[in-house]
Design a protein around this ligand. Sequence first.
Ligand code: HEC
Ligand code: HEC
Ligand code: HEC
Length: 418
Amino acid sequence: MPTISRLCLLFSLLLAAPAGASTPELLAKGEYLARAGDCIVCHTGPGEKPFSGGLKMATPLGAIITTNITPDKATGIGDYTFPDFERAMREGIARDGHRLYPAMPYPSYSHVSEDDLRALYAFFMEQVNPVNRPNSPNPIKWPLNIRWPIAIWDGVFTDRVGFQPDSSQSAAWNRGAYLVQGLGHCGACHTPRGIFFEEKGLDQRKNTYLAGASLDDWFASSLRGDKASGLSSWSEADIAQFLKTGHNGHASAFGTMIDAVNNSTQYFSDDDLTAIATYLKSLPGNESPQALAAASPNARGGRLYLQQCADCHQADGAGHAPYIAPLAGNPALSDADPASLINITLNGSSRIVVDGMPDAYRMPEFRVLLKDDQIADIATFLRQSWGAKGAPVTPDQVAKIRKSSDPASDAVVVLRMR
Ligand code: HEC
Ligand code: HEC
Ligand code: HEC
């Protein structure tokens, strides 16, 4: 090739690839990982543009408002270099040095590899639309708004070593462990928290990891092999189907799990779903029998169930799987904390949207139709039926959630990343 045309070729290559531009493969990988991390669900407030922040999150310290992570230079993360981004993701430190509250799941994201963080960074910088939206001042009041104590918290409760592969396990197990502990941040909802809001375990070395947890008036059930309240009777294929479609023969997604299915888990590849299922199925249950009060069948609850619920869920609790959730064998009936059972009965479920198609069926709300003691009776009946092993529910437990929760929205919400 004559030198001159080589120079032209070189020149046109340079023009086609301006400094910093990434390959389509890297950008596609970054988009996939942004789905896996479900960044959009927290970083998009109601009615706001994707990733521009503004969602109010309840925490034990008070409400925290999520920030703008679009590449806007004035109000977003446009000025973040890769090391700045990596430090925010892994250590929870913003570019200007302030400590982030752990409502941002950096204790989980600290497990993400550098390669994956580079792909995420490229996606955010090059494919997310910059949005000029100044961050709202945080409503947390002095002295809890002083952020330096978080440094001590970080030192005690996060593990800085990153993801620890286990060479005695299969490649699928390790991939699943990496996704569940890292970007998937499943433990942020499913692992019980201690008095300092720390997750009690960040990987399988602790038997409290993914053992089920109460958050925002829901109970994210155990993802371990517990009988009745966990995944012991689910096959790997059942777990993958649930994450891909929001339904399977055992249960449907509801509560905050709908956000995870709608914006994140349905986008995992089949291989990654199988890997996640392989990992979860390796976690043994903690058969800690609940303090069961003498399980006398709750006759009034049984009658109310037949009147109000059996049209859809059937008298024998079989439902019409996968679309109308079976209640027989459903982990939600045996959860240590009945919050999910109470909440969905009071408020119904919001829409599962998979492949852009909203679900045909929703669980209706019974907030107006049924009183606290009636819901408590139905819940108690369900928690002692078809092999379920849950402690009875009191009207006070219902009253508390009635006060702090709202009816589920019927809106079909699809958040587009770009
Ligand atoms: C569970 C909710 C949640 C999820 C999921 C989440 N974030 Fe955040 N993130 C937050 C909150 C809350 C803050 C602000 C914390 C604060 O102000 O102390 C934040 C802050 C940040 C910051 C610091 C920016 C700044 O200047 O405040 C970056 C960068 C960031 N998140 C990136 C991401 C990325 C990338 C993902 C997905 C891989 C993600 N976040 C997922 C809640 C979340
Ligand atoms: C009109 C039909 C209908 C009626 C009536 C109904 N449900 Fe449901 N229920 C559903 C559907 C559909 C779902 C699945 C939710 C989803 O797809 O998000 C569901 C889900 C549930 C779940 C969560 C289980 C899971 O895995 O999704 C519980 C618990 C539940 N219903 C309890 C009740 C109780 C208690 C009553 C009576 C007070 C009742 N339902 C009445 C349709 C109904
Ligand atoms: C925002 C909170 C949240 C996050 C993040 C989350 N979950 Fe959930 N998950 C829940 C809640 C609440 C339930 C209980 C309601 C239901 O069964 O859908 C649940 C239920 C489930 C169930 C059904 C269990 C059962 O016993 O019925 C599976 C399986 C599951 N989640 C897997 C995952 C995996 C895997 C991840 C991480 C990739 C994850 N979840 C992340 C909140 C969350």
